[in-house]
Design a protein around this ligand. Structure first.
Ligand code: FES
Length: 85
């Protein structure tokens, strides 16, 4: 989320600054890619916020602010929801 906002990427709002309190950093990452790249599991707080996201929650939904960019993101295709607010 921080990298996206700093780069001016349209579609990531990050209203709460990364505190997992707004769900305006909702992204879609293919589940098989999450497993293959060993992403951290969804926490209870992230679960609750994803349920309140403006766009449809799917099995691919994650909060961008709860993911740290590492080399494991190399080549990863992340989709954005139609709306964040
Ligand atoms: S920036 Fe608010 S939940 Fe991620």
């Amino acid at each position: 989320m921080h990298a996206s906002v700093a780069a001016g990427l349209e579609g990531i709002v990050g209203e709460c600054g990364g505190s997992a309190m707004c769900a305006t950093c909702h992204v879609y990452i293919p589940v098989d890619e999450q497993a293959r790249r060993s992403f951290p599991a969804v926490s209870a707080v992230e679960e609750a916020m994803l349920d309140s996201a403006a766009a449809e929650r799917t099995s691919e939904s994650r909060l961008g602010c709860q993911l740290s960019v590492t080399d494991s993101f190399d080549g990863l295709e992340i989709r954005l929801p139609e709306r964040q607010l």
